[in-house]
Structure formats: structure tokens, C-alpha cells
Design a protein around this ligand. Structure first.
Ligand SMILES: Nc1ncnc2c1ncn2[C@@H]1O[C@H](COP(=O)(O)OP(=O)(O)O)[C@@H](O)[C@H]1O
Ligand SMILES: Cc1cn([C@H]2C[C@H](O)[C@@H](COP(=O)(O)OP(=O)(O)O)O2)c(=O)[nH]c1=O
Length: 205
């Protein structure tokens, strides 16, 4: 595989999708990578597995069943998008990826499965593709929840107390792999953060 994989992670309303859209727009006039860049996301959109995940979120299915739907979506994403793009030497930027599972399902399952955070993390290890670089959009849950209100449709995960647990898990992931994670202060202006992100991407390339 000759391409590179970059992921954006963080709680709901931390500004990941907005930043991805900015980079995508910029990429039209100033390509980020000579072989082309694929912008993608998890849960995937307009796919069988992605639709199943969104239906599960809306219908409060059992949290363990929900985890396996998220994992099925990740497997399909790897098979249909990520692996093909990396094999073709492209840069891939994904809005959410495996760390979202460790952080969110590590929290939803913490009363169901012993050491849920590590259980979810280990479930990925034998078959996933590790990102080359992960930008963690760090923000206080109180601030991100205010932003989500302005955005309209909310999911069951967008609650300050729950997102505090998710934040603890994201921090553990970032501490465990400091060489992979770049922490972005998501409360700062987008322009400032875009510069930092572009600089890090250029260094990777
Ligand atoms: N750096 C920022 N400062 C202030 N508001 C922001 C910033 N980045 C994004 N927003 C706004 O916050 C809201 C949530 O951003 P969004 O990109 O949808 O978050 P996410 O994809 O992480 O859930 C949007 O209304 C967006 O315009
Ligand atoms: C990818 C992923 C998302 N989620 C959650 C985060 C979101 O609340 C919800 C939908 O994801 P998403 O559409 O990315 O939400 P947002 O734009 O608010 O960031 O699913 C998980 O719980 N686990 C996962 O593995």
C-alpha cells in the first residue's frame, strides 16, 4: 500500500466535518497529494451498513448489537473505499474511524462488558488498517453541545455527561499513541486550525 491514511476524531460538534469540507474545497484548486485525495467518513453514507448504523442509533438497539453494526460498517468501508484508495496510492482523509468506536462504544458498553474500552480496541486490531496520522479535535463537551444545538438534528450521544466519558476515552487513545495523534484545539478559529492541519499533512507527505 503506497497511499496514506489520515483520520479526524473528536466528540460531536467538535468541527470535524466543517474542517473536512474546507480541505475538500481547497483541494479542488490546490491538490493536497499528487495521486489524488479521497474524502470519506464513518458511519458511511448511503450504504447498506451505514444505513443500518443510523437506524440502530435512532432506534436504541442493544449497545452490543450496535457495536457490531458499527464494526460491519468499518469492514465494508475498508473493503469498498479505504483499501482500494490506498492501493492506488491515494491520500485518504476520513471523518471518524476506529478510534470513534473505542471512545463511544467503550462508553456505551462500560456496564455490559468488562474493560469495554480495551475490548473494543482489541476487536479491531487483527483486521483494521491503522491511520498514519490522526487529528483529535479537542473541545469541552459543554461547548460542543451548544454548537450541536445550532446544527439541528441531534443524536442520542449528544449529551454533556456522556460526551465527558467519550472524551476521557479519546484522551487515553491520544496518550497511548502520541506519535500518531495531533491534538487540535477545536475551540480556536477554523482558519488557525486549518493552517496547523495543512502543515502536519505536508510534513507527512
Ligand atoms: N472552530 C470553530 N469555531 C466555532 N464554531 C465552529 C468551529 N468549527 C465548527 N464550528 C461550528 O460548529 C458546528 C459543529 O461543527 P461540525 O463540523 O458539524 O462538527 P462535527 O462534524 O465534529 O460533529 C457547526 O455549526 C460548525 O459551523
Ligand atoms: C463512527 C462512529 C460514530 N459514533 C457516533 C458519533 C455520532 O454521535 C454518531 C453519528 O456520527 P456522525 O454522523 O459522524 O456524527 P457527528 O457529525 O455529530 O460527529 O455516531 C459512534 O458512536 N461510534 C462510531 O464508531
Amino acid at each position: 500500500m503506497t497511499g496514506k491514511l489520515i483520520t479526524f476524531e473528536g466528540i460531536d460538534g467538535s468541527g470535524k466535518s466543517t474542517m473536512l469540507a474546507r480541505l475538500q474545497k481547497r483541494n479542488e484548486s490546490e491538490p493536497l497529494w499528487d495521486n489524488g485525495t479521497v474524502f470519506t467518513r464513518e458511519p458511511t453514507k448511503e450504504t447498506l451498513t451505514g444505513d443500518a448504523v443510523y437506524a440502530a442509533i435512532e432506534n436504541n438497539v442493544d449497545p452490543l448489537a450496535e457495536l457490531f453494526l458499527f464494526l460491519a460498517d468499518h469492514a465494508a468501508h475498508l473493503a469498498e473505499t479505504i483499501r482500494l484508495a490506498l492501493n492506488a496510492g491515494k491520500l485518504v482523509i476520513s471523518d471518524r474511524y476506529s478510534d470513534s468506536r473505542s471512545a463511544y462504544q467503550g462508553a456505551t458498553l462500560n456496564k455490559t462488558v468488562p474493560d469495554a474500552f480495551n475490548f473494543v480496541r482489541r476487536l479491531h486490531e487483527p483486521w483494521t488498517i491503522k491511520p498514519d496520522l490522526t487529528f483529535y479535535f479537542e473541545i469541552r463537551p459543554e461547548v460542543s453541545c451548544e454548537r450541536c444545538k445550532d446544527r439541528g438534528a441531534q443524536t442520542k450521544f449528544e449529551r454533556v455527561d456522556f460526551l465527558k466519558e467519550v472524551t476521557t476515552n479519546f484522551k487515553k487513545l491520544a496518550e497511548d499513541e502520541p506519535e500518531r495523534f495531533v491534538i487540535i484545539d477545536a475551540e480556536k478559529p477554523q482558519e488557525e486550525n486549518e493552517k496547523i492541519i495543512l502543515e502536519k499533512i505536508r510534513n507527512l507527505i
